[in-house]
Design a protein around this ligand. Structure first.
Ligand code: NAD
Ligand code: UFG
Length: 335
């Protein structure tokens, strides 16, 4: 069964391709490599022994999308392609709306033209903004605080309107919490451009000597140790959630919104300790100002994923750190 994977060369997309191949699916990737490298497909081949069919192109280009649907009998799409840097989205909102919203509209139109109406979309816990409840259920208030988060919520609304108008669509909106870690082989992982924005990639760059020290953004939050608390989820668990979501599509599920998180929160200081345990090295850090737009605490209520898709995260925080470090050590300069 062929699955179109937009953004399939990226962090989450590449790991998803591996699991799709392991499960006997045939991923067909479109990626413009704006935040990735096609060398990832050689790595995927090393892991799985299989080739991924890939097209270099942009989802804002309808012609290439039409070509892909013409050349492949696609069951459905897993839609990862998008820009994801929160800070950059504040500086370049039009670029974010154009890429994430216009790109998705194009994709939906071409899917419709081809009578393919099954889609899984990468939404984000960022749509909840300042949490109205903890843990966050899918019914919590929404209110993203930056253009990146707004673009995710806009796409959610577009897909909900589409489903209302044409209920022969099957749509799973997955709200990811904080995906981290890497494939156990150390052959694929997250390869951020320039200075990492996120905690895990920053810590491993400090540990490998690429960065001097970690800045802990604030220790005066209303949390047990004053630092920010998040729901980190192993990339392999996240990918597993997509395989479960495909099963849901096959059951003609209509539209579902589902959190993908573990349900457990860890603070920045706890994560530092976990890395120290996993690597035997100290993480030099200093406490600095809060990062603008950050919230104190965010973690998921993962019940719905269990009830609807029989999915539950199984990997622990120490494995997230060990696998992230293994990828970093084996690829000190990324791909
Ligand atoms: P990533 O940047 O590694 O992967 C995205 C891929 O999409 C990249 O390979 C990039 O080159 C490609 N791409 C971007 N715009 C494109 C376009 N117009 N046409 C074709 N390809 C395009 O990011 P990721 O971490 O793998 O995230 C995948 C998706 O999950 C994104 O939509 C992201 O917003 C969402 N998400 C990520 C996180 C996270 O923390 N990683 C959290 C929540 C949601
Ligand atoms: N942090 C630091 N120092 C750093 C980086 C992060 O102290 O150098 C802290 C943050 O203040 C926060 C925690 O570590 O308390 C996690 O920060 P990340 O940047 O790793 O993750 P966020 O929760 O801020 O955001 C991430 C993605 C968003 C996504 C969100 C929810 O960057 O795109 O998870 O999925 F929307």
């Amino acid at each position: 069964m062929k699955i179109l994977v937009t953004g399939g060369a990226g962090f989450i997309g590449s790991h998803t391709c591996v699991e799709l191949l392991n499960q006997g699916y045939e991923p067909v990737v479109i990626d413009n490599y704006s935040n990735s490298n096609p060398v990832v497909f050689d790595r995927i081949k090393k892991i799985t022994g299989k080739n991924v069919k890939f097209y270099e192109g942009d989802i804002r280009d309808k012609e290439i999308l039409r070509k892909i649907f013409k050349e492949n009998d696609i069951f459905g799409t897993i839609h990862f392609a998008g820009l994801k840097a929160v800070g950059e989205s504040v500086e370049k909102p039009l670029m974010y709306y154009e890429n994430n919203v216009t790109g998705t509209l194009n994709l939906l139109e071409v899917m419709n033209e081809n009578d393919v109406r099954n889609i899984i979309f990468s939404s984000s816990a960022t749509v909840y903004g300042e949490p109205s409840e903890i843990p966050l259920t899918e019914k919590a208030d929404l209110g993203p605080t930056n253009p990146y988060g707004q673009s995710k919520l806009m796409v959610e609304h577009i897909m909900q309107d589409l489903y209302k108008a044409e209920n022969n669509w099957n749509i799973v909106l997955l709200r990811y919490f904080n995906p981290v870690g890497a494939h156990e082989s150390g052959l694929i992982g997250e390869d951020p451009n320039g200075k990492p924005n996120n905690l895990f990639p920053f810590i491993v760059q400090v540990l490998i000597g690429k960065r001097e020290m970690l800045s802990v953004f604030g220790d005066d939050y209303d949390t047990p140790d004053g630092t920010g608390v998040r729901d980190y989820i192993h990339i392999l668990d996240l990918v597993d959630g997509h395989i479960s979501a495909l099963d849901l599509l096959k059951k003609e599920c209509g539209l579902e919104i589902i959190n993908l998180g573990t349900g457990a929160g860890y603070s920045v200081l706890q994560i530092i300790k976990e890395f120290e345990k996993a690597t035997g090295k100290a993480v030099p850090y200093k406490v600095t100002e809060r990062r603008s737009g950050d919230i104190a605490t965010s973690y998921a209520d993962p019940e719905k994923a269990l009830n609807k898709m029989n999915w539950k995260a199984k990997y622990s925080i120490d494995k997230m750190c060990v696998d992230m470090w293994n990828w970093q050590v084996k690829n000190p300069a990324g791909y």
